[in-house]
Design a protein around this ligand. Sequence first.
Ligand code: NAD
Length: 332
Amino acid sequence: TMPFKTALTEALGIAIPVVQGGMQWVGYAELASAVSNAGGLGILTALTQPTPEDLRKEIRRCRTMTTKPFGVNITLLPALVTPNYDAYAQVVIDENIKIVETAGNSPGPIIKKLKSAGIIILHKCTTIRHAISAEKLGVDFLSIDGFECAGHVGEHDIPNFILLRRAAQSIKTPFIASGGFADGQGLAGVLALGACGMNMGTRFMCTVESPIHENVKKAIVNATEDDTTLVLRRWRNTSRLFKNKVAMEAKKIETESPTGKFEEIAHLVSGKRGREVYLNGDVEYGVWSAGPVMGLIKDIPTCEVLVKRIEREAEETIAKIQEMMTPVRSKL
Ligand code: NAD
């Protein structure tokens, strides 16, 4: 296959413009190193580590598993226990990480701190307004996160066909596409829409190296694009979850509660409880994030096989489109 050359592959020195986005309780060294070894960019999730010192250990563990670049995700969103973001960022700087995926609210101070240490920032956002603010903060790349995404979808519900073209019209910073992608046809599509790469979460959850229970991977393979639901809109922290009993119970309380107190559903949506799903494989035990892209996912490949396949599919797709143009050209 032909090597890719985009703003993302050039800046990071990676072979294929595919990023494994931050995923709570999934983004451990096993997955990040496998994605980086396959030629993409693997990402460790900072808050999955209970303390900044644990993140330091995880970064060092990941370095024993790959010599390729990998990044760290720092997500700034409401949490049941507020993390010390600054301390996590300091560890990232001390451990010489070259790229950080930031996401969430008021990222200014963290971005400033990381940028002053020379770190490349890939900032995830679900609206053009946030993309423009992040551009003003000097981020290097944006990750444009459509309504198709898993987890925190934002409050505006704009799918990627609109959002990516809006990004191309409104921002100068190079951007990647996030939310709804699982194959090389998707990669070819987003390159056409103006992106310089593609982010995948759910697709990478469902790989051999993904350090979660096999039952969860099988649930993804068996699920369709109808199997997600949105909760937490009432608190402007909308989250797209796998549609199971706990998620539907939380949604019912959210809709029907006269008080609207977050505490009434905290025990249902808690991350600690969701983590048990990944550890024990009972997909109904707690809430967990997944995207409607589940409908496209039919297997559990290694990251190497997946990334190679995406590369081949993208190339074939681009060639096919070129063929569609040839008859027109030959008439000239
Ligand atoms: P948690 O147990 O702290 O919270 C569970 C869910 O409730 C999360 O979606 C959280 O955003 C939300 N929440 C908590 N307090 C809230 C409040 N007062 N109002 C509205 N919503 C509230 O979550 P966790 O699984 O332990 O994750 C810790 C942090 O990491 C959270 O901020 C979470 O959103 C974030 N996160 C990160 C990633 C990532 O890829 N890095 C993915 C998902 C979530």
